[in-house]
Design a protein around this ligand. Structure first.
Ligand code: SER
Length: 584
């Protein structure tokens, strides 16, 4: 069974008539929750439902959902290269929000331990025909009692080896500084090499952990499960490592025969992570998610010197994954690699030379190498050899943070401490006249985005917008300054759409259908199950622009009036900003 079949089987198993879960598409790797850098688990997009702040019946028509979630964990970065750790991975998960004891188990009733464990058992043993080696349950501590209920359920299913484990292994959450959390039960299966690996983590969200580390019992408990597709594929395909599964093997086969196996794996992991991060709008920078991306990029650029064609590797990844993830963006990946290569290759050789000389490396000297030559920690640690024996990631990170704090202070002084706030599609109009003007600007923004994409390429993606009765301000991903010539082309194209008078049509459809049809969605927005899609359509019915949007919009583009781009500038690393006005 290949991994594509596994994804489908998992979704179908939970969505079928018997189990009645609603399939929810993966959310972006850039989470809504500002307290977390990247999406690390399937449950993240469902946090409001676990907390009772959003209604799953309204949004999904069910209290139970299932997803294949793109996830990225920086915490495992030093482990990558072994048989089973990754930064980016796909997480299969089923979720239930709002179980009330006594209610019948159904899409409207939700479920808890007995069903969650039963479904896990059925999928692994009956659907996939695997043998469970052992399972673990929470052993209990001062705050949370031992999970004897799960233990009993497993035994009733005929699993004899139930191991009690501590908080470190069998307690999940919260993600970010606060959120749902609770005891877990985990399923272990033997690999082809006879090693036991954990494949499925079933969490019972019974508590809410506060930011001060105290916790309270959640009124309505929930279920959150996560199973790494790569590990599951490894045991199903009966291969010794995740890199031997069909998710990786075509990529591994492209690497030089005599390259060190660990380095091959790191390359494969990082290259895949880059493709997904860039496609979700992350751009290399020196902070937060952008810094994570930069480190991955620079490491594979260094490894590329061993004779790997990085562009070809990216193409292979895109071809392996674009079927399930239509959002993957080949142009953006290419541009980002070119850009980073240009920045980094200027200093790489000198940096590596310096790294090869001198005395022992500590956090300070390592950080100096990063600052002067852009060499990230991983490369220094690896290429520094014995001299980097005493170099620790925590110390390097501390040095990095100390340095950033100093430069942040300097900046705050300069700008008086005001941060930059992005408003997204907020209408700030007051009277009818203004509402009309804002509506025209709103449609103009769609027309401009489509024109930008046609002139500059598909990597242009909305990164924020703000519309007032005076102007629209639109932020979008793009790696460089836009030339005068290009701006003129965009403006001309937008105005020809106005002059030709294209119809603006609104249709309601399922979110998944909208995305499949190629409608643009703003990745920071949370979309409900059914969405409105606004299309701008030419005389022959050809779609010029298509976006998920709440409106309002004009009925025909001739109502917009003449569009003028008044300014183009950089708004953040990899993000450009334009301002435009409309005149009757
Ligand atoms: N949130 C848990 C995990 O990520 C289960 O999905 O392991």
């Amino acid at each position: 069974m290949d991994s594509d079949t596994l994804r489908k089987k998992f979704l179908e198993f939970f969505a079928n008539r018997e189990h009645q879960h609603t399939i929810v598409p993966s959310s972006s790797l850039i989470p809504d929750d500002p307290s977390v850098l990247l999406t690390t688990a399937g449950m993240q997009q469902f946090k409001p439902y676990f907390m009772g702040k959003a209604d799953p019946m309204r949004d999904f028509g069910s209290k139970n959902t299932v997803s294949v979630q793109k996830s990225f964990r920086t915490s495992d970065i030093d482990e990558v290269g072994d048989e089973s750790h990754l930064t980016f991975f796909e997480m299969l998960g089923n979720f239930s929000f709002g179980y009330k004891p006594g209610e019948p188990v159904s899409s409207t009733g939700g479920y808890f331990k007995k069903e969650a464990i039963g479904y896990g058992y059925d999928f692994i043993v009956k659907e996939l025909g695997l043998r469970i080696d052992y399972v673990s349950v929470f052993e209990g501590d001062k705050e949370v009692p031992a999970d004897t209920e799960s233990e009993k359920i497993w035994k009733s299913l005929g699993i004899a080896d139930v191991r009690r484990m501590g908080r470190e292994d069998n307690f999940w959450g919260p993600t970010g500084i606060e959120g749902p959390c609770g005891p877990t039960t985990e399923i272990y299966v033997k690999s082809s090499e006879g090693k036991s690996i954990e494949i499925w983590n079933i969490v019972f969200n019974e508590f809410y952990c506060n930011s001060d580390k105290t916790s309270r019992k959640l009124e309505i408990p929930g279920v959150d499960t996560g199973m790494g597709l790569e590990r599951l594929a490894m045991v199903v395909e009966n291969v010794p490592t995740i890199f031997d599964t069909d998710l990786f093997s075509p990529l591994m086969a492209m690497m030089p025969y005599d390259m060190d196996i660990r380095r091959k794996r790191v390359f494969a992991d990082h290259a895949r992570g880059i493709v997904f991060l860039v496609s979700d709008g992350v751009r290399p920078s020196n902070k937060e998610a952008g810094y994570v991306l930069r480190r991955l990029l620079r490491r594979i650029i260094v490894y590329g010197e061993e004779g790997i064609d990085i562009k070809k590797a990216f193409k292979k990844i895109l071809s392996l994954y674009c079927g399930f993830y239509p959002e993957l963006n080949a142009n953006a990946v290419d541009e980002v690699l070119n850009g980073e290569y240009q920045t980094f290759s200027r200093t790489l050789k000198r940096g590596m030379k310096e790294l090869g000389e001198g005395s022992a490396l500590d956090a300070k000297s390592a950080f100096r190498l990063y600052e002067s030559y852009g060499l990230p920690y991983e490369i220094i640690k690896e290429a520094g050899g014995r001299r980097a024996d005493n170099l620790r990631r925590e110390d390097f990170d501390k040095e990095f943070e100390r340095h950033r704090a100093v430069s942040r202070k300097g900046k705050e002084k300069k700008f008086g401490g005001h941060g930059l706030i992005l408003h997204t599609g907020e209408l700030k109009a007051a009277n009818e006249e203004e509402v009309k003007k804002v509506t025209r600007l709103h449609t103009a923004t769609h027309v401009l985005q489509a024109s930008l994409r046609k002139v500059l390429g598909g990597e242009v993606r909305q990164a924020g917008s703000d519309i007032t009765a005076q102007r629209t301000r639109f932020d979008f991903t793009f790696p460089r300054k836009i030339t005068k010539e290009e701006l003129r082309k965009v403006e001309d194209m937008a105005n020809s759409v106005v002059e030709r008078g294209f119809d603006v049509i609104m249709k309601e459809m399922a979110y998944e259908d909208a995305i499949r049809n190629g409608a643009l969605a703003f990745f920071k927005e949370k979309y409900p199950d059914r969405v409105s899609v606004y299309s701008v359509v030419d005389e022959n019915g050809e779609v010029f622009s298509q976006e998920l949007c709440g409106g309002p919009h004009v009925k025909n583009t001739e109502e917009i009036g003449h569009i003028t781009i008044v300014k183009e500038e950089s708004s953040a690393a990899g993000i450009r900003r334009i301002r435009a006005t409309v005149t009757p």
